[in-house]
Structures are given as C-alpha cells and as structure tokens.
Design a protein around this ligand. Structure first.
Ligand code: FES
Length: 131
C-alpha cells in the first residue's frame, strides 16, 4: 500500500555498496555498545552516504538505516541515543514517531505503518558482522 512515505528496500546489505564492507567483516563488538544505546556508522558508496545505527537493548542487537521514513531526517539528535524515555521504542526526534525495535515498524506518529530500513547483520561470538 502506498502511503506516501519514502520508499525503501526492506533491508540494506552493506556488502552490495560500492567500496562497502564485505560479508563477514566486523562492524564492532557487542561490548562497544552500552545497553540502551547505539553505535553509529557511516559508509560512502559512490556519491551516497549511508548512516546506520546498531542498537543494543536487553542483550539483543538491532541494526537500521538512520533515516526516518516520514521526512528522511536522521532519527536522533544525540550521538548513540535512539530510544524514547520508556526504553521500549526507537524514536524519531523530528516529529516523535515511535518504532518497534524488532521490525522497525512505526506504531505512532506521522508515518504510522511505515518501517525503518533494516541493515543485514549477524552476531558471532561477541562480534557484530556484515551479513
Ligand atoms: S521526520 Fe521522523 S517523524 Fe517526522
């Protein structure tokens, strides 16, 4: 259903970016990220910049492109801070949209029903790798 939000592929595979990291390359260690916070990384491919974040929450890891589907702004205002106060949802600070952690679905706000673009990662031992 076209709701007028920014169109995105379901998942970003960093390995498909020109000059991007390869499958299995290490993005960071789980221990690099405090619980409830995120690690931000950027990749340049041709003339495009891809900003992603890797969120740690209750021992789980989630990775998304840092672009709100409402108006295309970065979600956060402070480095590594993407969660709203309750610690349950990711939040866009521009207009307050809330997103589920596990699938990036917007459940409240102006882009309700749209999704964040996930980033393909895998966790092996305590390392977060490109998948
Ligand atoms: S830009 Fe994110 S809610 Fe409007």
């Amino acid at each position: 259903m076209d709701r007028g939000f920014l169109p995105v592929a379901d998942i970003l595979k960093l390995s498909t970016l020109t000059d991007g990291p390869g499958i299995g390359d290490v993005l960071c260690s789980i221990d690099d990220i405090e619980n409830g916070e995120a690690k931000e990384l950027s990749f340049r491919s041709r003339n495009e910049l891809y900003d992603i974040f890797i969120q740690k929450h209750d021992g789980n890891i989630y990775a998304y492109v840092n672009v709100c589907p409402h108006a295309g702004t970065p979600l956060n205002m402070e480095e590594g801070r993407f969660m709203e106060k309750s610690g349950k949802y990711l939040m866009c600070h521009t207009h307050g949209a809330l997103f589920q952690l596990d699938d990036g679905l917007c459940v409240a706000g102006p882009c309700n029903g749209a999704r964040l673009q996930a980033v393909a990662i895998k966790v092996e031992k305590s390392l977060i790798l490109v998948a």
